[in-house]
Design a binder for this molecule. Structure first.
Ligand code: MF3
Ligand code: CO
Length: 279
């Protein structure tokens, strides 16, 4: 068991954060390219190749490839797969599938990490609601990632948002994380729990918030491939993730094309260009 203060949180300079922003924008483009191609009939291995091409064109390298032996550039998790699905030529998308795409990229030694869940063709209404609830929970967490707040204020905000949306399973076995010169940095960022605990958030910190919700309960199972995580009850899952930096000018969602301005505004918060909070 890790004791409370066995880690120190990496503090980035503004110059380092602007390199992380570049990595974040590469991740956003990788996800966009893969999502645009995710039509019935395409394999998840083809989506991996498309994302890798986008990454290489930007001069970036993968956060995922080779990570504990991980064999691909992105993760593609279909239906009851929650996270860490390995792209495969024999996994061919069909209309009605719910696909989570997770991507990470390194620019100049600095990491970006983000994920989205999308519908392939037409999906049932409850699948759409699950995806929307998960994305809303992410933005509720992102809006809470401001200097002076405590870490579990984010966890609490994510959980409250998810619960307000409906009776969803909130994954507990996997969490968000701090990020910077490595993809996964301590401490973990749970998607549930009481507020007011953990380290105080400060300028120069960057973290990845990543709620995972299900139409069933929170229990998970790992598949025989050593990576793919599925819901224990076979229910549908969604996963959304962004990397966010805490700056003197407010939160910057590094993996959002617009820095998070529109997403934060939608949940009543303001990003770096906003005028809230005394601007
Ligand atoms: N992006 C995932 C996360 O959010 C990690 C991917 S696991 C890897 O933490 F093996 F693919 F790298
Ligand atoms: Co992550």
């Amino acid at each position: 068991m890790r004791r409370g203060r066995d880690f120190s949180i990496e503090i980035k300079t503004p110059a380092q954060l602007s390199v992380m922003r570049e990595a974040g924008l590469v991740v956003a483009r990788m996800l966009r390219a893969a999502a645009d191609a995710a039509e019935p009939g395409i394999s998840t291995a083809e989506l991996d190749a498309i994302a890798a091409r986008e990454m290489l064109a930007a001069g970036a390298t993968s956060s995922f490839y080779g990570y504990y032996g991980y064999p691909a550039t992105i993760c593609t998790s279909v239906n009851d797969e929650i996270v860490h699905g390995i792209p495969r030529p024999d996994v061919v998308l069909a209309a009605g599938d719910v696909l989570s795409i997770d991507a990470g990229a390194i620019v100049g030694g600095w990491h970006g990490d983000a994920a989205i869940t999308i519908a392939v063709g037409t999906v049932p209404q409850r699948a759409k609601e699950l995806m929307a609830a998960c994305e809303r929970a992410l933005w509720a967490g992102l809006a809470t990632a401001t200097a002076g707040r405590r870490l579990t204020d984010i966890s609490h905000a994510v959980e409250q948002s998810a619960r307000a949306s409906g009776d969803y399973g909130i994954i507990r076995d996997y969490t968000g994380h701090f990020i910077g010169s490595a993809m996964h940095m301590d401490p973990p960022v749970p998607n549930y729990g009481r507020p007011g605990r953990g380290p105080v958030l400060a300028e120069g910190m960057a973290l990845a918030i990543e709620p995972m919700l299900t139409l069933g309960d929170h229990r998970t199972r790992q598949c025989d491939d050593g990576w793919t995580v599925v819901t224990a009850d076979g229910s549908l899952a969604a996963h959304f993730e962004h990397t966010i930096a805490i700056t003197a000018d407010g939160p910057v969602v590094l993996t959002a094309a617009d820095g998070g301005a529109s997403g934060l505004a939608e949940v009543g918060a303001t990003g770096p260009d906003g005028r809230g909070g005394g601007g």
